[in-house]
Design a protein around this ligand. Structure first.
Ligand SMILES: *Cc1c(COP(=O)(O)O)cnc(C)c1O
Length: 496
């Protein structure tokens, strides 16, 4: 029997996994969720001997039940290959007693590669299964990171094209170079004369432009979205928690069945939700510790049951966590509400209309598996420095938010359980903030010089993603205004 997916806001809307992946969002604006969370299909002991790809298959086949074994194994093989600089895909580093799961050895040196390297393959397999003979066109607006991860994931995947808009002058030099030097015949990158909000609003308008949608259909194409609420991004993220547990058993760091805590630097709530799903599958996880930066809306929510986005927004040194609406939280709210679609819908409508909702006491009890904390920018920088002094290990700012929150949690709660920490970016991704935290920037502002200095200090080789970036040929020079995004898309797709 196939696992059925339902909209969090309307139980009547159902989809098979492949359909949910093609649609992204349910038509009522809800998120697709499995109608139950399947159990892990193998023993914990068996995990010890499984490599990353084998673990991926064991986990994903339970969720993506309408994919054949061959389809799924093909997707996994095409995703987790030499694009990752480490053969094990996600190495574990024991850093002063905490297991750091390094999710950043993919093409863009941040954890979004874990899901975005497989999503294109899941989508094209889904299109084939559903006899969709159209080419899939991904449109994305980016503030820097997601765009590059999506470009790298979709580059040269047959049956797909991708167009990324970024705000000209609104991303770092490294980020811009990463995008405009992207190879792949099916990729396009456009610098928008505007800010990120204008790029995002513009992309949303293109998705909703029925005339454009029809024009695309006539040309044998259709839009799709790669954003983080797609179930095809969530499911691949469950894998690394299961894999890490197997490795900890294998290395005799854990006894079989021993529960670990998991701490995750959180923004949109996708990564930590994947850990929660892993726990529901039967992986021995004790606490899920949700770490925020100064945008601590989740901390307040777990503390008092009220989600309130009406607050000041801070730009911090951990920009990928600068978020006030954590979209994937809806999937947890849905479970806490006893899988009640009407209640979930009411909470989300309240959020949309007033920016606030409060959950019931009963729901708060359901959330007791979660702990939460936040770290200021100062605490984050101090944590990078102190861990480096003690161990020589260099963390990026996002990872350091999690480490800082964990250190405080351990003292406050006197919880001595072994702990797995999701390390979400390479320090080479944020060389400015990292080098300043280490008091080693010496006024240098050029990111490439800072990268060289970081290599000297850390002894960690510069990853392929940024090595030689300065001298790579620029392949994308398209620019446009917010008003001409549609014409630009039509031109790039050859349907003007
Ligand atoms: C996206 C991102 C996060 C936040 O992950 P969510 O799944 O959105 O909670 C944390 N760290 C880095 C480096 C990221 O890119």
């Amino acid at each position: 029997m196939d696992l059925l997916y339902r909209s969090t806001r309307n139980h009547e809307e159902t989809a098979l996994a492949s359909e949910a992946i093609l649609k992204g969002l349910a038509s009522d604006g809800g998120l697709f969720v499995p109608d139950h969370i399947p159990a892990l299909g193998c023993t914990l002991t068996a995990l010890k001997e499984m490599n990353y790809q084998e673990t991926a298959y064991a986990v994903m086949k339970e969720f993506l039940t309408d994919y054949t074994e061959e389809e799924l194994k093909n997707c996994i093989r095409n995703a987790y290959d030499e694009k990752f600089e480490e053969d094990v895909i996600v190495p574990l580093a024991k850093v002063d007693g905490v297991y750091h799961l390094e999710l950043y050895h993919g093409p863009t040196i941040a954890f979004k590669d874990m899901a975005l390297s497989i999503l294109p393959h899941l989508m094209t397999a889904a299109a084939k299964k559903n006899h969709l003979n159209r080419e899939i066109v991904i449109l994305t607006a980016t503030s820097g990171d997601t765009g590059k991860a999506a470009l790298a994931g979709f580059a040269d995947v047959p049956g797909t094209r991708i167009i990324v808009f970024y705000p000209k002058g609104g991303v770092s030099r490294v980020q811009e170079l990463q995008m405009v030097t992207q190879q792949g015949k099916n990729t396009a990158v456009v610098a928008l004369h505007g800010n990120f909000d204008q790029a995002q609003t513009g992309v949303k308008a293109l998705f909703a432009d029925q005339e454009l949608v029809q024009k695309l259909h006539a040309a044998g194409m259709q839009f799709s979205s790669a954003n983080s609420i797609n179930i095809g991004r969530l499911v691949p993220q469950i894998v690394y928690y299961v894999y890490a547990y197997g490795q900890l058993l294998k290395n005799e760091e854990l006894a079989e069945g021993e529960a670990v805590n998991v701490v995750v630097p959180t923004g949109n709530f996708g990564n930590i939700l994947a850990a929660y799903y892993a726990k529901q599958m039967g992986l021995p996880i004790a606490k899920l510790i949700c770490a925020s930066n100064e945008n601590k809306v989740l901390f307040d929510f777990f503390r008092n049951g009220t989600y309130d986005k009406n607050r000041e927004f801070f730009l911090t040194s951990s920009p990928s966590m600068d978020i006030l609406v954590s979209s994937n939280l809806e999937r947890l709210i849905y479970l806490a509400a006893g899988q009640d679609d009407k209640k979930t819908k009411a909470f989300m409508e309240s959020l949309k209309e007033t920016g606030v909702y409060s959950v019931t006491e009963e729901m708060q009890k359901f959330l007791k598996d979660f702990a939460a904390g936040f770290a200021t920018q100062m605490e984050t920088a101090e944590c990078i420095q102190s861990v480096y002094e003690k161990t020589g290990y260099v963390m990026d700012t996002h990872t350091a938010v999690a480490r800082s929150v964990y250190e405080a949690y351990k003292v406050e709660q006197k919880d001595a359980a072994k702990t797995l920490l999701a390390s979400t970016a390479s320090p080479y991704k944020f060389p400015g903030s990292v080098m300043r935290a280490l008091h080693a920037a010496e006024g240098e502002r050029d990111e490439f010089r800072l990268i060289e200095k970081l290599e000297e200090i850390s002894g960690m080789p510069v990853p392929m993603a940024v090595k030689g970036l300065e001298t790579r040929p620029v392949l994308h020079t398209e620019e446009c205004d917010p008003e001409t995004m549609r014409q630009t898309v039509e031109k790039l797709l050859g349907i003007a």
